[in-house]
Design a protein around this ligand. Structure first.
Ligand code: PLP
Length: 491
């Protein structure tokens, strides 16, 4: 792959005006508009709101429709997203969101006020009930709450449900949650926020749970073990039944992080493996938009014993096609307004209903096939196998962060980097089931082009994107949410 090869060359758009990238609307020509009754505003005199919360005029950009449309189109050309190309973020899973689910969520029937009477929203309740049922059957769980707004929020709910269960049974002394070293950061955070001491569990030489270390960590203080399967290396925890037995023998619960459920769909169920509680990351498994960029959903499923502790309200039916909301007997309370993020749940429902049993089973086959095909095409070493829907390659002597930056220059999004730490300079890669062979080949070509490049080139990357290398720490800690004025150097 070379710069001159037109088949793979990529240059991201850069619109510059007066030394600035595309200005924000508020930085364009502004006009002050008086808000009078004739413009649909309040005349100010009889407003029920206090004076300091109302205004009589508003600054609005003075733009024509084409200028407005072009502004947003330009912005969309200066970023990279799942609609631009592959986005193989291992574990974080950026799956293409099929547009039909957006159409379903945009149907006028979806715009129901959450305070409407149960009798007048039977269709809404039926959808929620059927989604609870779908998710329960997919995960092998007996009861499901749809309320949590993201995977991490689901983890927190699952941990609080586990805590309520232990307390109810007079086992409130249990104060430890065991989390594998290689687990996602949110697992540690959810356990700690849920009020537990976090006990970290090392992996064995093959990258799986170390049974001896687990034995040593388990005690009468264990509230739960949190696991994902396949684990973050993409490896199936073959000893899962033994692990479940060990945890249950000391009175603990087994928590399933559903982030990797798309590797198992239609083939294996966490409930059958012995898990007691799990969250579903619907954006990873059922192709809804990712919660980080807007409202998400992270439903939680549990076995019968934990069902009375789930958040309220849940939906049930009397079996006569009539649906009602109810409060589980020992509910931990509400974790979100009303039913959770309703329109994300509609998209989840639409996706599952459209794919059906066969489609979901096919999705997991393709997720695993795609990861294995891509790994077989790249020159970087993949130390742990056999993996499922994702793999962790090692950048070896290269810095994984530099590799990621350089991959942007080839028009693909890089994998997750430097995690899990068990693999040096980790490139954690998950192509997902949606990518075609051509796209996987293009992705492999980008990996391999970067693998052959020198440190100086990598350290200087990216050079073809709208923004060059940014200071990631400052960007995360003190974000400046407007375009920077271009420095002379960048120009
Ligand atoms: C393994 C794992 N668990 C949990 C989460 C948290 O999910 P969410 O991003 O929906 O909060 C993630 C997110 O990327 C993850 O990769």
């Amino acid at each position: 792959m070379t710069d001159t090869d037109d088949n793979v060359r990529y240059d991201q758009a850069r619109y510059v005006e007066n030394g600035q990238y595309e200005p924000l609307l508020s930085e364009k020509d502004l006009t002050r508009v008086e808000i009078g009754e004739e413009n649909g505003g309040d005349d100010g005199d009889d407003s029920p709101l206090p004076d300091d919360l109302t205004r009589d005029s508003l600054e609005l950009p003075e733009l024509s429709e084409p200028e407005l449309v072009r502004h947003y189109t330009r912005l969309s050309q200066m970023i990279y997203g799942i609609d631009s190309g592959p986005y193989p973020l291992g574990s974080c899973t950026m799956k293409y969101n099929p547009k039909f689910t957006e159409d379903v969520a945009a149907l006028p029937d979806g715009a129901v006020h959450p305070d409407r009477s149960e009798e007048s929203v039977q269709g809404t309740l039926e959808l929620l009930y059927r989604l609870q049922d779908y998710l329960g059957r997919i995960g092998g769980m007996d009861a499901v709450t749809l309320q949590p707004p993201a995977g991490a929020a689901g983890e927190f709910v699952g941990i609080r449900v586990a805590a309520a269960y232990h307390e109810h049974n007079g086992e409130g002394h249990r104060d430890e949650v065991i989390v594998p070293e290689s687990a996602h950061g949110t697992n540690f955070a959810s356990a700690a926020l849920g009020g537990y001491e976090v006990v970290s569990l090392p992996s064995d030489d093959e990258g799986r749970v170390d049974l001896e270390a687990l034995e040593a960590a388990l005690s009468e203080n264990t509230a739960a073990l949190m696991l994902t399967n396949p684990n973050t290396l993409g490896l199936f925890e073959r000893d899962i039944e033994e692990i479940a037995e060990m945890v249950h023998d000391v009175g603990g619960l087994l928590y399933y992080d559903g982030a990797n459920l798309n590797a198992l769909l239609g083939r294996a169920r966490p409930g059958d493996m012995g898990f007691d509680v799990m969250h579903y990351n619907v954006h990873k498994t059922f192709a809804t938009p990712h919660g980080g960029g807007g409202p998400g959903a992270g439903p939680v499923g549990v076995v019968d014993e934990l069902a009375p502790f789930l958040p309220s309200p849940r939906v049930r039916t009397d079996g006569d096609a009539s649906y009602e909301l109810f409060e589980p007997e020992h509910t931990i309370g509400k974790v979100h307004g009303f039913h959770g993020n309703w329109l994300v749940l509609v998209k989840t429902f639409a996706y599952i209903a459209r794919l059906g049993d066969e489609g979901l089973t096919d999705a997991s086959a393709k997720a695993v096939l795609n990861a294995n095909y891509l790994a077989s095409r790249i020159e970087y070493d993949v130390p742990y196998e056999p993996f499922h829907h994702e793999f962790v390659a090692s950048a070896g002597d290269q810095d994984a962060a530099d590799v990621a930056k350089r991959m942007l220059d080839y028009g693909v999004h890089p994998p997750t980097t430097k995690w899990p730490e068990i693999v040096p300079e980790a490139l954690m890669t998950e192509p997902t089931e949606v990518e075609s062979k051509d796209t996987l080949d293009r992705l492999a070509a980008a990996f391999n082009a970067v693998a052959g490049e020198d440190d100086a080139t990598l350290e200087d990357a990216p050079e073809r994107t709208t923004a060059r290398r940014i200071d990631q720490t400052s960007a995360a800690r003190s974000p400046r949410l407007s375009w920077q004025t271009l420095s002379e150097e960048e120009e």
